[in-house]
Design a protein around this ligand. Structure first.
Ligand code: FAD
Length: 385
């Protein structure tokens, strides 16, 4: 019988893992790639959708396009995971694995913030970004807040990017004078591991009159009084709220015993990404390895797990340890993109280096997206932006 790999989740982590293994092992391995969705969407495309830069259909990359030796994409919802038996129950069938990889990401829980569903908006889901497309053109005056509502969230630069892009959006409509923009974040600076990146973002905020409210979360909205309540108890006027919802470990993962509770990201061996259950790995946003929740880190983790599986099958040397490094592109508005390269695990504390925003980095970010599409979906590279 062929070696059975079951991969739960076809996001950044699951797609990278299956691509490497299919390229290396072809039909010698049976990979079941399981996801409840029928298409992949890059996280950063949500910013494009909300500000009307790209259409919703344009940013969806259907899984039916995956045709790779050894890989079966299966549209299923995972109902339960038994990590000790490496057995998964879905809404349509049971899957048993020699190696099981959990790459189910982080779930969003807007209802965890009182008032957010009734009186605010979120831009972290495709549905939220699409809804904002209708809301933003109607915002003509008053205070806008981009607010983080939980301590752990995907893509730490994204709230700063949203603030800068909102400035451009309002300025293009002649509404910037009549509006205020504030960003509420749980950090002391926008990108704590990289002081240079933080300085550049704060300078861009100052130039554009964007207020940075540090070391705070938005704990609640009171739509009747049009205020946002922060974790330090202060209140801010709020006509328009663009929220980063509370992130939580998917319920099915908590129920499996892989995570202790909704905020206990799956513990893994920091070098191998293996959980306490032999042959069960956790890759990407779902794990608690200590790197940011971003696609580039999910990819890095997938590479380590792929190398371990190849070594297991071919009997080669053990793979290199997970490095916890990655590059993130940062939208600065005015059509420019900067870049931060961060290293979370090799030193005593995370560090980061900054590349100034430029036209060249706009092209590089587009190439980042199109190269993934080509590799994962096997289609010719298409321009991303
Ligand atoms: C606004 C925004 C901007 C971002 N910008 C960037 C960026 O510029 N660069 C970057 O690197 N990252 C960025 N990110 C973060 C990035 O999108 C995530 O960190 C990345 O997708 C994580 O990969 P993953 O494989 O761990 O999980 P995901 O990509 O989230 O994949 C998880 C998959 O699991 C599936 N799933 C969940 N539960 C079930 C279930 N019960 N049954 C079946 N399937 C299930 C989901 O459908 C999903 O496809 C951004 C995110 C946002 C929201």
């Amino acid at each position: 019988m062929r070696f059975r790999l079951v991969v739960l989740g076809a996001g950044f982590g699951g797609l990278e893992l299956t691509t490497i293994l299919s390229d290396a092992l072809g039909d010698a391995i049976d990979i079941a790639l399981i996801d409840k969705a029928d298409a992949f969407v890059f996280g950063f495309s949500k910013l494009d959708v909300m500000f009307g830069r790209r259409g919703a259909a344009e940013v969806r990359h259907p899984y039916r396009d995956i045709v790779k030796p050894g890989v079966r994409f299966l549209k299923r919802t995972v109902r339960s995971i038994d990590p000790a038996a490496r057995r998964v129950v879905t809404d349509d069938g049971v899957f048993e694995a020699d190696v099981l990889v959990v790459a189910l990401g982080a779930d969003l829980d807007p209802a965890a913030t009182p008032g957010l569903v009734e009186g605010g908006n979120e831009f972290y889901s495709v549905a939220g970004a699409l809804a904002l497309r209708e809301v933003l053109p109607r915002f003509e005056r008053g205070a806008a807040i981009i607010g983080v509502t939980g301590k752990s969230f995907k893509c730490p630069p994204a709230p700063s990017e949203a603030a800068l892009l909102l400035h451009d959006f309002l300025a293009a409509r002649g509404r910037r004078e009549a509006t205020e923009i504030s960003l509420v974040m749980p950090f002391g600076t926008p990108i704590p591991p990289s002081p240079d990146t933080s300085r550049a973002i704060l300078a861009a905020f100052q130039e554009r009159g964007i207020r940075f409210v540090k070391d705070n979360l938005v704990k609640a909205l009171d739509p009747s009084r049009k205020v946002a309540v922060l974790s330090d108890g202060t209140e801010m006027p709020c006509e328009l709220f663009l929220g980063v919802p509370v992130h939580r470990v998917p319920e099915v993962v908590v129920e499996s015993g892989l995570a202790v509770d909704a905020f206990g990201w799956v513990p893994v061996n920091k070098q191998t990404l293996e959980t306490k259950f032999p042959g069960v790995y956790a890759v990407g946003d779902v794990n608690g390895v200590g790197t940011p929740k971003a696609g580039v880190f999910a990819e890095g983790a997938a590479r380590v797990v792929a190398a371990a599986i190849i070594a297991q099958l071919r009997g080669g040397p053990s793979p290199e340890a997970y490095k916890g490094t990655g590059s993130c592109y940062v939208e600065f508005g005015h059509g420019r993109v900067g870049r931060v390269d961060v290293d979370f695990l090799s030193g005593p504390k995370p560090t980061g280096t900054f590349q100034e925003p430029s036209e060249a980095l706009v092209q590089e970010k587009a190439q980042f997206g199109s190269s993934r599409l080509q590799r994962w979906f096997g289609r010719p590279a298409a321009p991303e932006l």
